[in-house]
Design a protein around this ligand. Structure first.
Ligand SMILES: Nc1ncnc2c1ncn2[C@@H]1O[C@H](COP(=O)(O)OP(=O)(O)O)[C@@H](O)[C@H]1O
Ligand SMILES: [Mg+2]
Length: 252
């Protein structure tokens, strides 16, 4: 499990996270929502130890990720698969070479063992046999899937998805949502999905949290999300422009 405690993060003078507390439970599909620029990607990078909190701490299975040495850091990183916002494939490499990158970097597997892994992961993301294609030959949805195959090639315990359906048409987006659910079930993976796609939220989330002004302002399941009386959350869910927030009428 991941425990995030009182995490603060600023860049120069800009405060992004002002004290985030969040537990991510093993096996759950947690969706993080919030307006653009509210710090969702920063939070994922903090969890991955690609950025460090100014204050507070993050534990992964009781290990404080800030304090780990080189070996533990490697073991920790190995537990995470990360699907970047733009899939980040290298255009000069084949699909297989792209998926192999973490294996080349972190393992001593033979070429044929690596190719077995690549075939297995391509099968899992529904793209068997495309090893020798180049990213330029793939549709947007296929690129995401290849990115996902790479994210799971090290058999991670956690997958972090940063806006996995952004830029996809509704059908491709629905396919990615389905895949997120399938992978979570088949591989018994804990998933953290950052999105502002309410369709995805409804389909994927066991639990939703919303980040706003540097804090978690909501945590609950989808039906709690949809029936919340928190005005900020409600506006986000309904896709309303952010207007001045009306004071709540007094209750007598
Ligand atoms: N490496 C960085 N250096 C400076 N500012 C950053 C950096 N990463 C993110 N930020 C700023 O932090 C804020 C939150 O960014 P981000 O987490 O990417 O938002 P989002 O919720 O849209 O993913 C933004 O204002 C962004 O400009
Ligand atoms: Mg982002």
């Amino acid at each position: 499990m991941i425990e995030i405690r009182d995490v603060e993060k600023s860049f120069e003078n800009k405060v992004v996270l002002r004290g985030v507390d969040l537990d991510v439970y093993d096996g759950e599909k947690l969706v993080i929502i919030g307006r653009s620029g509210c710090g969702k990607s920063v939070l994922l990078k903090l969890i991955m130890n690609l950025l460090h909190p100014d204050k507070g701490y993050i534990l992964v299975n009781d290990i404080a990720i800030k304090k780990v040495g080189q070996v533990d850091l490697f073991n920790l990183r190995k537990q995470f698969g990360f699907l970047f916002q733009n899939a980040a494939l290298f255009d000069s490499m084949t699909v297989a070479e792209n998926i192999c990158l973490p294996l080349v970097e972190h393992t001593k597997l033979s070429k044929s063992q690596m190719m077995d892994k690549v075939a297995e992961k391509l099968e899992l993301v529904g793209l068997p046999g495309i090893e020798n294609l180049k990213p330029a030959e793939l549709s947007g949805g296929m690129r995401k899937r290849v990115g996902l195959a790479r994210a799971i090639v090290m058999d991670p315990n956690y997958i972090l998805y940063d806006e996995p359906t952004t830029g996809l048409d509704p059908i491709m987006a629905a396919n990615i949502d389905k895949l997120i659910i399938e992978l979570s079930d088949k591989l018994n993976i804990t998933s953290i999905v950052v999105t502002h796609d309410m369709q995805s939220v409804s389909k994927v989330a066991d639990r939703v949290v919303m980040l706003h002004n540097g804090r978690m302002i909501f945590s609950g399941n989808v039906s709690e999300l949809k029936s919340t009386d928190n005005e900020v959350v409600r506006q986000f869910v309904n896709g309303e422009a952010e207007g001045p927030i009306q004071p709540k009428p007094h209750k007598y």
